[in-house]
Structures are given as C-alpha cells and as structure tokens.
Design a binder for this molecule. Structure first.
Ligand code: MCA
Ligand code: AMP
Length: 496
C-alpha cells in the first residue's frame, strides 16, 4: 500500500480516463487530465522557488485549478496552506507572518495586498475566478509530467489554521499519514467507490470540503460535481444524477425549504453526510420524513480529521455522532482519566488521524496533546457501553455558525480595541439557518459611540461571517461572584 498522499490519491489515476471534476460551466476533466494539470502546476511551484517542506499559501476561488494546486503542492513535497477567501487583510497578515510561505497564490484583486504583507520574502502568483492569472498562464506552458518529490508518511502535507480560545490562530500540522489514514477509513466505512457521483458544494479551504469530501473521492476514483458555492436550487437539480452529498447542517435545513425535495428526486442518492456542527434531531427526522434517508452524522476537527461516524449499515441515531473510526480511539475523561459509560466528560482522541502539533507553538501543543498521544478536543460528550458517542457541549468558548467556527475571544479583542469601548462579551444564540449566530454585548466608556459606529470600526478586521449580527449596549456585563462574565445569562436574555 502506498503511504504518501500523492501516490495514493493522484498517481494511481495517471492512466484513468474516467470523469473526475465537472464544474458549473459544464467543463469535465478526466482523472488523467487532472493528474497532467497537477504536474504542470508542480513545475510552476518549483520554478517559483518552492522546495520540499516550504509552505504554499493559497487564498483562491473554488476552481479545478485550486484543487490541482493542492495536488501539486503535495507532489512537490510542499506544505499546502489554504485560507478562507473571506479573510481580511489583517487576518491574512497573521497567517503569512506565522507560516512564512515561499509562495502565495491569491485572487488577482488581492495581489497588491499580499505583496505588501510578504515584502520580498515570498513570490506571489495569481488565480482569478475565471481561471486566468499568472499561475494558470505559467502552468499552461509546462510539461504534463513531474517527477514526484519523495516524502515520508510523517512529513507535513498541510497546515490548516484553526482559531484558538486565546484569540490567536493555531496552525495544525497535518502529515501525509494523518490525511491518508483518515481518507482510507472514511472511504471504506461509507463505501465510496468509482460508481459514486459526489455533489461537492463546500468550500475547499477547510477539512470538510478539502479532505473529507475531496480526498475520499480521489481515493475511490469517484466522479465529483464541483460547485463553486452552495445553492439549494442547483443542488436540487443535481440530486437526481448523484449518489452522495456531504454538507454542514445548514445545507440540510435549506434543502428542506425546497418543495421539490421528495423521495423521487433522491431515488439515486445513496448517502447524505452531515458534520462540522451539530445536526438538530428535528432536521434529521424531517429529512427522513421527506426523503426516506437517514442523514449520516459524523464528527471531527481540523487537528484530528474525522474522529467518529454513525454507521453506514447499522443504526444512525439522531443527535449522536456514532462510533470511533477504525484505527481511532476515543475516550471520555474527567481530570484526564476515563469516566464510566454514560457519564459526561472531555472527548479525547488518539490515532493516525491526530495531527503533529501546532506550528511554532510547542507550549500549546503540550497543553492539548498528551504524551500518551491523546488529543484533548475541548468537546464534551458521553459514550455508551458499546462505544456510541454523543456530543453534549463544548468546554471551549466557540460559536459554530453555518459550519464556520467563530472564537468569541478573537471578536472581543477587535471590539475592545475600538476607542470608547470599555469591554465586551461575544456569544452565540440559536439561529434557524446557521444553527448559531453571534451577538456582542458591549459596555462603553464613551457614550457617544453607537452600535453602528462600533460595527463600522470592527468590520475591516474580521471576515464577514465573524461579524456580530447585533451589538447590545449594556451598562455592565453580567458576572458571577468570581467576576466571570456569565455568557449563559446573555444567551438566555437574547436568544430570541
Ligand atoms: C455566509 N455568511 C455567514 C456564513 N456564511 N455568516 C455566518 N455564518 C456563516 N456560515 C454571511 C455572508 O458573508 C453574508 O453576509 C450573509 O451571511 C449571507 O450569506 P449567504 O448567501 O446566506 O451564505 P452562503 O454563501 O449561502 O453560505 C452559507 C453556507 C456557508 C453555505 C452555510 O457558510 C458554508 O459553505 N459553510 C460551510 C463551512 C464549512 O465548510 N465548514 C467546515 C469547517 P453579508 O450579507 O453580511 O455580506 S471544517 C470543520 O468544521 C471540521 C473539521 C469538520 O468536522 O468538518
Ligand atoms: P474546527 O476547529 O473548525 O475543526 O471545528 C471542529 C469543531 O466542530 C469540533 O471540535 C466540534 O466542536 C465541532 N463539530 C464538528 N462536527 C460536529 C458534529 N457532528 N456535531 C457537533 N459538533 C461538531
């Protein structure tokens, strides 16, 4: 068995003429054509100075070339670092300074920004939404074969940033083995084969869209309908021709709003997978009533890839995330030792899927990754005698909105920097579309400041999905006797 990503996911398709990606323009690329494109881009990366182990930062639109770029980085032995396209300049600055990439690939409109951020240290190539740009132009002229750079299974393949409760993002170092072992487990468990056609409507800068969806399709040789973004009507059109959908819970609540969603429409569909945020039991039940399909819910993290999954053949229980994946151990602990079945504790995980640590942050790594190899997830859960896991809450202060993570501390830091703000508390409230949504309670020093005034000063610093939907001006934040802000009180007061 091959043990590096390039060999397992890409090289084996060199002679495969089966269709791989079909984009929104109806353009279909075969696997063999795709592998040729990867080679052209790999040559371009090397020409730009990329050596094994170098980070390649990518903040680019969702295009076939962007996926080929991922393959090319891996083939050239580099470390692929995708960034959310919604990130602002100040967010991007942190990633670039922390990861010190050799090459940045960005939308043409952001070229000047990245040139400013990287000074002379990195090369910049562009990839625009219409597929034009210096990367594509240079790649077009390159040979369609590239000698793959040898890598070991513990070498890094990707660096994915995940925000932290301290407000500073942490780069999760993911090795070839981490990513490949997880793709193998999921492909087998979910019985993905070359007969599948996956509807891919997730962004490709996070674990879900890039690794869970794309790596499994590549491993199986499945066909992928590659959609630039989620559009419920477009998915309705694709369902009759497809077998597999992977999405966040918002995908399913939005599909349920479509009258066309009937058992006949999904007659060919084999599997609907949900993850990244809790799927409400009512969504699970409503979806089954409308389609006859029980959504398969799974659970994972950027640091660990996927951890648990409901069974493919066995019972999928609404409100639970199923069993530890093969090769992955899950323990529920209290003060670091396993608790009895049914008791609530910290979810800890160990296995080949667990990352190598945080980039440049040995202390953070030591705090969250035990010497025994168990990673402390920050999620709270229970386990039944037979190993079924239910997530019951989070110890970390985190809001998940439409599958995107928002760390209140990061947003509070920006609000607290607004002149005239004394302090703030950012918290999540239930939201019918996004699951949760963020609000900010703010105490002012300068009472001339308005909610709109704060919003205007906060907005340039944070990606739009992190913006509080409302600023609530208070005389004081609710605190307990220890002086700790009671976000549960804020949530209770403002949840409607
Ligand atoms: C868009 N907006 C959002 C979100 N998405 N606001 C809060 N939360 C969001 N998730 C903003 C837009 O900027 C816009 O702001 C306004 O909401 C309306 O946008 P809309 O058109 O409705 O949104 P959309 O473009 O349809 O996007 C919704 C979406 C998208 C399809 C649910 O957020 C999405 O693709 N989410 C998936 C995220 C994901 O892949 N997560 C996986 C992370 P304005 O109007 O103000 O401009 S990996 C992970 O979590 C782990 C490892 C795991 O287990 O998978
Ligand atoms: P991220 O840090 O972006 O990788 O997000 C990982 C977090 O998403 C986990 O720690 C969980 O809190 C949450 N998560 C992922 N899948 C699920 C799920 N099926 N149910 C509940 N929470 C989930």
């Amino acid at each position: 068995m091959t043990n590096t990503l390039y060999d397992a996911l890409f090289a084996r398709h060199t002679q495969n003429d089966a269709p791989f990606l079909t984009d929104d323009n109806g353009q279909t690329l075969s696997y063999a054509q795709f592998v040729g494109r990867i080679a052209q881009i790999a040559h371009t990366l090397v020409e730009a100075g990329v050596s094994p182990g170098d980070r390649v930062v990518v903040q680019a639109p969702k295009l076939i070339d962007t996926i080929a770029l991922y393959g090319a980085a891996v083939q050239a032995g580099a470390v692929y670092l995708p960034l959310n396209t919604a990130y602002t300049e100040s967010e991007a600055r942190y990633f670039v300074e922390d990861a010190t990439p050799k090459l940045v690939i960005c939308d043409a409109g952001n070229q000047a920004t990245f040139e400013g951020l990287c000074a002379q240290a990195a090369q910049i190539l562009t990839l625009a939404g219409d597929g034009s740009g210096s990367l594509s132009r240079k790649a077009d002229k390159k040979p369609r074969h590239f000698e793959t750079v040898a890598r070991g299974e513990d070498d890094l393949a990707a660096l994915l940033y995940t925000s932290g409760t301290t407000g500073r993002s942490k780069g999760a170092m993911l090795s070839h083995k981490n990513l490949l072992s997880n793709a193998q487990s999921l492909t087998e468990l979910w019985q993905i084969t070359e007969a599948d056609r996956l509807i891919h409507a997730l962004p490709i800068f996070h674990t879900h869209g890039l690794f869970v969806a794309m790596n499994t399709a590549l491993l199986a040789g499945a066909q992928v309908r590659f959609m630039a973004s989620f559009d419920a009507s477009a998915i309705i059109d694709e369902l009759p021709k497809s077998t597999l959908l992977m999405g966040v819970p918002t995908f399913y609540t939005r599909l349920l709003n479509k009258a066309q969603l009937t058992p006949a429409l999904v007659a060919k569909m084999r599997l609907f997978v949900s993850g990244s945020a809790p799927l409400l039991a009512e969504t699970h039940t409503a979806f089954e009533a409308r389609t006859g399909h029980r959504i398969l819910e799974r659970y994972g993290m950027t640091e660990t890839n996927m951890i648990t999954s409901n069974p493919y053949d066995g019972t999928r229980v609404a409100g639970t995330v199923g069993y530890a994946l093969p090769g992955t151990e899950v323990e529920i602990t209290g003060n670091g030792t396993p608790v009895a079945a049914g008791e609530i504790g910290m979810i800890e995980v160990r296995g080949d899927n667990v990352f190598q640590g945080y980039w440049n942050m040995p202390e953070k790594t030591a705090e969250e990754l035990r010497d025994t190899g168990f990673f402390i997830t920050g999620d709270l859960g229970t386990k039944t005698e037979d190993g079924r896991i239910t997530i019951v809450g989070r110890q970390k202060d985190l809001v998940i909105s439409g599958g995107y993570n928002i760390y209140p501390k990061e947003v509070e830091d920006v609000i607290n920097n607004v002149p005239g703000v004394a302090e703030s508390a950012v918290f999540g409230v239930p939201h019918s579309d996004f699951g949760e949504s963020v609000l900010a309670a703010v105490v002012l020093d300068d009472h001339a400041l308005t909610a709109a005034g704060i919003a205007a000063l906060v907005e340039p610093h944070l990606a739009r999905f992190k913006h509080p939907r409302r600023y609530i001006l208070l005389n004081a934040l609710p605190r307990n006797t220890m002086g700790k802000v009671q976000k549960n009180v804020l949530r209770a007061n403002y949840s409607d």
